[in-house]
Design a protein around this ligand. Structure first.
Ligand SMILES: C[S@@+](CC[C@H](N)C(=O)[O-])C[C@H]1O[C@@H](n2cnc3c(N)ncnc32)[C@H](O)[C@@H]1O
Length: 217
């Protein structure tokens, strides 16, 4: 086949795949309503001991079964000592982000890491460094290829009744290639993972019970 025709076909295929991935994230009127409901629900919910440090670096590490400091060290190597951008999505009152940042900066210096926290709630969460956005709108908020690491510990994927694929597709798209997403959720179906694998050829997914690790090539 002539090279020009081949290139045209390849371009068409890439565009088609891009459109399909965009459709996966698309929010319909019903999804928007569900997100609004989740926000109201979360803002009114009395979480267990909301002011207590019930989620911190150690507890988040134990649910994900990984030492995040070690992971950041590996990411720094992978990305040639560049500043590592971390997204802690659905962060609530967790001190995970703050403690991880402190530990990494102590070892590698200021500006070695930046952690951004998000949550669907406007009220009831500490607002410093917090971006008010749902898991299903991460690309809209941050753009694509922004973070080296996305951490999601029982957040929108558990509480919002929108199809999990939309939140997973967002987590993947905000990741840089070479980055990874560490997700804990017990509502993601195997069929959701299959849909993601079918549409994102550049990801490798490992699942262990409620822990899902997504590597982006
Ligand atoms: C159980 S807390 C988990 C908090 C934190 N990740 C941790 O490890 O402690 C759930 C948080 O997810 C937030 N949340 C619920 N639905 C969300 C959504 N669709 N997008 C973003 N955050 C959401 C809630 O507001 C709440 O703060």
């Amino acid at each position: 086949m002539p090279t020009a025709r081949k290139a045209r076909m390849k371009r068409k295929q890439t565009q088609k795949a891009w459109k399909k991935r965009q459709k996966l994230r698309q929010l319909f009127e019903l999804d928007r309503k569900k997100i609004k409901c989740a926000q109201i629900f979360c803002e009114n919910k009395k979480w267990i001991a909301p002011s207590a440090d019930n989620r911190n670096l150690a507890t988040v590490e134990s649910i994900h079964r990984i030492k995040f400091f070690t992971l950041i060290r590996a990411l720094r190597k992978r990305f040639k000592n560049r500043r590592i951008e971390v997204l802690d999505e659905g962060a609530e009152n967790s001190s995970f982000a703050r403690k991880l940042q402190k530990k990494v900066e102590k070892e590698f210096g200021p500006n070695s890491i930046r952690v951004i926290r998000t949550d669907i709630r406007k009220r009831g969460v500490p607002t410093s460094n917090l971006v008010n956005t749902p898991s299903e709108r991460l690309v809209e908020t941050f753009g694509k290829n922004r973070f080296h690491l996305v951490v999601s510990s029982f957040t929108g994927l558990n509480y919002t009744k929108v199809n999990s694929v939309k939140a997973l597709a967002n987590a993947i798209e905000v990741l840089r290639s070479g980055g990874e997403a560490r997700i804990c959720s017990n509502v993601i179906k195997d069929s959701d993972i299959k849909t993601i694998e079918k549409n994102f050829r550049n990801v490798y997914i490992v699942r262990n019970e409620f822990r899902i690790v997504i590597f982006k090539r």
